[in-house]
Structures are given as C-alpha cells and as structure tokens.
Ligand binder design. Structure first.
Ligand code: DGT
Ligand code: CA
Ligand code: CA
Ligand code: ZN
Length: 576
C-alpha cells in the first residue's frame, strides 16, 4: 500500500466524521494526518518493513491509534475504524460526498430525507425537484450540484490551461533536476495550449536506458503525487494532489521525436499523419518512423513531418482542422509569437481596482520589452471595481501626462474599460470618450439577456466611433461561467465594418475569445488585441505566457495583432 493510498483512507475517515457531526478538532486531526502521510518522503511500507511499529510511531504527529490503523492497513489492506464509520452512516454517502459543491450536512440530509444512495438516485431527485424541499437549497446550489454530478462521474474535471501549466512546470523542473534525466518535456493538450487540459502527459529520456526504473520511482514519490493509478517499467499514471492526473513515459532517445509527436496529438492529427505515412509505405507510431522493419527516423520530431513531406506544424494547431492541407500546399500560416508583442492595451492601475501604480506597471512592462501600455481603468458605473468619475479621469490624465514627459522610449496610453450599458450605450458621454487613446468596451452586467438582445447591445456599442476594442467578448470564466449567449459571427461582421478590434483576454481563466471565433475573425480580417487585463505587475506576463499560445491556436498571425504594432504605427491607427 502506498503513502497516497494510506493518506486517502485517513482523509475518508475525516470526511465521514464530518458527516457524523464529530467535533471539528477530530476532523482536523485526521486531515492533518492524511497530509503528513502523503508528504512523507519514504514509503511507510518500507519504514514499517524495516523498523516495525516503532518506525511508524517515530513519525511526527503519529500516535498510538494512528500507528495501529496504518499497521492494519499495511498488513491487511483494511481499516476497522473506517469500515465501522461507513457502516454507521447511510449507504452511498461517499459517492454523494464526491460531488463538488456537496457539503457533509447536505449529503446526510439528501441520503436520509430523500432516500438517495447513489449518483443516479441523486440525479433523479434533482430532476424531480425534490431537493428544493431541503433547507438552504436554492436554485444556484442545485445547478452547481447538477454540474458536480457530471464531474464526479468523470472522475475529474478539465482544468484551465493556466492551472495545468503551473502544475506541469513544477513536475518538469523536478524531473529535470534528476541526475538520470537527459530531457523532460510536456506533450498532450498542454503543449497544444488548449484552453482546458484533461490530464498532463510528460515525457522523459533517461541518460542511460537502465535508469528508467529509478526515474519512475522518483516520479511517483514527488510531493504533488497523491495516488499511483498505474505503474509499469516505462509508464506511470498518477493522480496529483491538485486533483489532476499525470502520465509519465520514459522514452529512448532514438524514439523521442516520434513519441513527442505522438503524445502531443491531437489524436485526429496523429491519425491523419499516420495515413499520409501509409500512402508512402511508411509506418509511423510512437516508437519511430519505419519502412518495413527499418527505422528511418524518430529522434527528432521534425523527422516525422519530413517523412511525409511536410514542414513542422506548430503544436498549437495540430487538430486536423486544416493544418495538414495548409502544410501540404506550403500555406502554413506564420503564427504570432510572444516576442512579436509590443505592448498591452488593457491593464488596470490603483486608479480603479488594480493593485499596482501606473509607475510600477510601467517598470514591469519595460522589463517585458514593451513600448507602450494602455491603462484602462473601470468606468463610473462599476462602483464595486472603483470605476472613475469624470473628475477622477482628469486627475489621472494629468498624472499620465507628467509621467510621459519624464520617460523616454515608452508611452503610456490613456484608456478606459468602459461598461456597455444594457441598451448598448456606453458608461461615459462621447465628449469624455473622445479624450482616450484606447476604449475597451466590456459587458459586466446582465449576462442573461437572450442572444438577440445581447448581440444587439454589443453591436450598438461597437458602432460607437470612440470604441477601439471589444473586451472579453463572451464573458466566459473557465470552469465557472459559460459564455453568455451572443452571435459572434454578427459581432465579427460589425467589427470588420467598423474597423474595431476584438480582445483575446489572456487571463488564464478567460482566454476569451477562444480558438474558433479567432479563426473566424482572422478570415474576416478583424484585428485582435491580446490583452493581459492585468490588475498587478506580475499579471502582465499573462500575454506572453497564455495569450500568445491561445492566439496561435486561433491561427492568428502577427499582422492581425493590434498590440504587435510598433508604437508609431499604433498611434497612426488610433488617431488617423
Ligand atoms: P486531454 O488530456 O483530454 O486534454 O487531451 P490530450 O490531447 O492530451 O489527450 P490524451 O491525454 O488522452 O492523450 C495524449 C495524446 O496521445 C493525444 O493528444 C494523442 C495521443 N493519443 C492518445 N490516444 C491515441 C489513440 O488512440 N490514437 C492516436 N493516434 N493517438 C492517441
Ligand atoms: Ca492529456
Ligand atoms: Ca494522457
Ligand atoms: Zn472587464
């Protein structure tokens, strides 16, 4: 039994105690024990094998009764206390607790009052509106629980790219720090920069092939690993503490390129490439490129593409959505790169709800090599976000003028993120709007209008001559809020007619617009502003870190990006 498995039993005890209504001190103790066990660097099984019960008792925080439970688990695979608790509570309670949004009290009520003992029962009860009879059970919570059932069934939810990337980077750094590892890379949807990621796919090449086992052993012991799902000689699948799964594969150097291509996917892209290979009498798989039994490539990813007569296709567009045809015709688009970005056209400052001053933001922007920054603080109606009155705007603009006079080679642009009011009018009068370099118009209220009304509202705003950019066009928040109903084809049409840009908001939980509307905008010749919407200096990096990749997935080229324009050209465009 692994530390992760022991920890999981202790955690289950904590959850069941909660349902039982045990004092919180007791619950916390089990949670803490679960963490100690999960975090311990050596397998408790090994410690116990070497030093017996005494070795367990020597661990910090582990007393007699816990040692007994661990000993029992290690020797019999069972835990009496856990079984006993489970038997004392309604059947199916753990299944209910696995639903995100379900608290211990609700789970108990649902089980006892509504006679619900499985996810199926629970879904039926929700369908039949039987939950409404329970105390404190509003429509919002019911909707959340319904969504939670889907997550519980799936076992895990897709994660926003930003979260997954952070987790993967820690794992990759730990892998690269191992002396046995020659190279470690991410593959899968993460490398393709999909806006959400199902699981992490990591590849390593060992310095010596016989090191594979040592690398596996080290990987499954990393602090973020909660549970080992499967483990073989060259592959391990683990569940991470963050709730995400990760697959690690150890690959021989001569096959690394082929494996990297294969595990980057997408599956549809792989199948199309494999078919191109078949037509040339080649076999292409994760082990290499073969003619008959002869290996003709596989060390570098480029050898896979070369074998089928194609240039290397950037990972972000490997979806079999036209990239192979484009590559065949020599018409692969040049995609925007982080280094093409010259500035940021939507950031906040302490003038509204930002946490950094204009000066601090400018220092950070210059460190990124930018030439300009547009401070788009909120407009007057958005009181909760410190929206600026017309008088405050005057003061802010005086400050910007002063700073602009004192700096060289950088320009602060006057901007605002102006609310689009319910009727499509804007939150400042035209006379005030005329005083900005950049006006980002955004919807921050009334997300529930029907599609026709929401589309009308936004196109009305886009037709205001002072508007430069439509901010976060769909309002989606990954994993929290769906896009509000809006006809993007119509929005793109009006943006083209009016010469307006659409935003790709690079906040990792937004990435709004998403890839398909971006491609539609590209086809229509509509400019994209890749904005950080930063509320502090560090968040300026959202653009190079997530925004550029998200734009590449939408086939966006550097010529289509408003903030890839050098300052002089941007100013010409803004003030013709
Ligand atoms: P995800 O994890 O749902 O965000 O998406 P992916 O694309 O990372 O998918 P995943 O983790 O199931 O598999 C990683 C890659 O492995 C996938 O992009 C392509 C490759 N792959 C997986 N299954 C197959 C398959 O049946 N055939 C082929 N040709 N490739 C596959
Ligand atoms: Ca994956
Ligand atoms: Ca996978
Ligand atoms: Zn906004």
């Amino acid at each position: 039994m692994t530390n992760g498995e022991i920890s999981a039993v202790l955690e289950r005890i904590a959850r069941l105690l909660e349902v039982q209504g045990a004092i919180s001190f007791k619950v916390r103790t089990y949670d803490r024990l679960a963490m100690i066990v999960a975090d311990h660097e050596r397998p408790l099984a090994d410690l116990f094998a070497e030093g017996g019960r005494k070795a367990l008792l020597a661990l910090p925080g582990i007393g007699e009764s816990t040692a007994t439970k661990i000993e029992e688990l290690l020797t019999t695979g069972r835990c009496g206390r856990y079984e006993e608790l489970k038997a004392s509570l309604p059947k199916g309670i753990e299944e209910l607790l696995a639903v995100p949004g379900m608290g211990p009290k609700t789970a108990l009520l649902v089980a006892t009052k509504l006679n619900v003992h499985s996810l199926d029962d629970f879904e039926r009860a929700l369908d039949e509106h039987r939950l409404a009879a329970l105390p404190r059970m509003g429509d919002k919570l019911q909707a959340k629980l319904l969504h939670g059932i889907a997550i519980a069934r799936q076992g895990q939810d897709r994660r926003p790219l930003g979260e997954a990337l952070g987790i993967a980077e820690v794992l990759l750094a730990s892998l690269r720090a191992l002396p046995q590892v020659a190279r470690a890379e991410a593959a899968g949807s993460l490398r393709r920069m999909r806006d959400t990621v199902g699981d992490l796919d990591l590849l390593v090449t060992p310095r010596r092939l016989k090191d594979a086992a040592v690398i596996m052993q080290a990987f499954v012991g990393f602090p973020d690993v909660r549970e080992i799902v499967a483990r073989g000689e060259t592959k391990a699948s683990v569940r991470l503490r963050q709730g995400l799964d990760a697959d690690l594969r150890v690959i021989a150097p001569k096959a690394f390129g082929a494996a990297w291509h294969y595990f980057t996917g997408s599956k549809a892209h792989n199948i199309a490439i494999r078919e191109l290979g078949v037509r040339r009498g080649l076999k292409i798989n994760e082990y290499g490129v073969f003619r008959g039994t002869k290996r003709i490539g596989g060390k570098e990813e480029s050898e896979v593409f070369k074998a089928v007569g194609l240039p290397v296709i950037p990972p972000e567009i490997r979806e079999n959505e036209g990239e192979i045809e484009a590559a065949t015709k020599g018409k692969l688009p040049r995609l925007v790169q982080a280094t093409d970005i010259k500035g940021d056209l939507h950031v906040h400052s302490t003038w509204s709800d930002g946490r950094a001053t204009i000066e601090a933001m400018v220092v950070a922007a210059r460190a990124l090599g930018y030439e300009y920054l547009a401070f788009c603080d909120h407009s007057q109606s958005l009181k909760i976000a410190g929206g600026l009155s017309v008088e405050e705007l005057r003061q802010k603009h005086r400050e910007i003028n002063t700073i602009n006079r004192s700096i060289r080679g950088f320009r602060i642009l006057k901007g605002a993120e102006v609310d689009i009011l319910a009727d499509g009018s804007l939150d400042y009068p035209d006379g005030v709007l005329a005083g900005f370099d950049i006006v980002v118009a955004s919807v921050h209220s009334r997300f529930n209008l029907d599609q026709a009304a929401q589309t009308k509202r936004v196109t009305t705003a886009l037709r205001n001559p002072h508007v430069t950019i439509l901010g976060h066009p769909t309002g989606r928040l990954l994993g929290q809020r769906d896009a509000h109903p809006i006809d993007l084809t119509e929005i793109i049409k009006v943006a083209r007619e009016e010469g307006k840009a659409l935003e790709l908001n690079a906040q990792p939980d937004r990435l709004d617009l998403s890839e398909h509307p971006l491609r539609e905008a590209r086809a229509a010749g509509v400019m994209i502003a890749i904005d950080s919407d930063a509320h502090d200096a560090a968040s300026l990096s959202f653009v190079p870190r997530f925004g550029a990749g998200a734009a590449r997935r939408g086939w966006v080229g550097p010529n289509q990006v408003l903030n890839a324009l050098p300052l002089a050209e941007l100013m010409k465009r803004l003030h013709p």
